[in-house]
Ligand binder design. Structure first.
Ligand code: UDP
Length: 237
């Protein structure tokens, strides 16, 4: 185990896109849900924040000018709830009890996020899927992930990406790029490494929250990182 037992897993919406371009790939959802169930079975308490980039990114649509940014961000937050309830279903199908809690109240669809009930779900071994981002425009789900991780006393955020950690340069462009095993928040800023967006990273640094960056690609990838059996970068205070 490379961190404590309560972890918030941040998944990108983009990872859910199917090869034919459809916004949701059931196979990817099933693989992720099975992986998260393995993590729960291994003794981890798991909260999840999933992005909405497979459907819409508010900043991009807002910048195009045909809709204002706050409205586009509202659409983004709704997209995260769609992804969250899809993941909740996949988790339940995989045998992992799960609850979606949305920062934006929509009681006929899922629970509204509140800290105490979320802590209760986690203590009961349920996967808590946190939808709706922070509930505010002009933020991202990276910030929501850090915020909720701090609120819910998580030991770390696991930012699941397509690459197996944080590199000194873009490994796709620079063959000499090397992966960090451990790096401090301060050093990541000093070296201008993009671990998360600036607001999210500042919040993590201020609250001394470790961030683990690793690849969620493939069966059991997340559990392997949490157990310390797969490469990843640990950003620590
Ligand atoms: N969003 C928002 N407030 C939040 C979180 C998300 O307005 O607290 C909106 C924003 O438009 C964002 C979109 O939801 O672009 C989808 O989230 P994000 O871009 O973080 O998804 P990811 O890139 O992780 O798939």
């Amino acid at each position: 185990m490379i961190v404590g037992k309560r972890v918030l897993v941040k998944l990108s919406g983009e990872a859910l896109i199917a090869t034919d371009g459809y916004w949701l790939n059931p196979q990817t959802l099933t693989t992720l849900a099975t992986d998260l169930k393995q993590a729960v079975d291994a003794g981890f308490e798991i909260a999840v924040v999933i992005g909405g980039g497979n459907v819409i990114r508010g900043a991009k649509v807002g910048a195009a000018g045909w809709i204002d940014r706050a409205t586009a961000d509202a659409m983004g937050m709704l997209a995260t709830v769609m992804n969250s309830i899809a993941l909740e279903s996949a988790l339940e199908n995989a045998g992992a009890p799960a609850r979606t809690m949305s920062a934006v109240s929509m009681p006929s669809i899922c629970e509204t996020y509140a800290r105490q009930p979320a802590l209760h779900h986690l203590a009961k071994g349920r996967v808590v899927v946190l939808g709706g981002g922070t509930g505010n425009p002009f933020f991202t789900t990276d910030t929501a992930a850090v915020l909720r991780a701090i609120e819910l006393n998580c030991d770390a955020v696991l930012k699941a990406t397509q690459v197996d950690g944080v590199y000194s340069a873009d490994p796709k462009k620079d063959p000499t790029a090397t992966r960090f095993d451990v790096i401090t928040h301060d050093e990541a800023i000093h070296r201008d490494l993009k671990v998360m967006d600036t607001a999210a990273f500042a919040l993590a640094r201020e609250n001394r929250l470790p961030i683990i960056v690793g690849s969620a690609h493939g069966a059991g990838a997340i559990t392997a990182i949490l157990k310390g059996e797969a490469p990843a970068t640990r950003v620590t205070p």
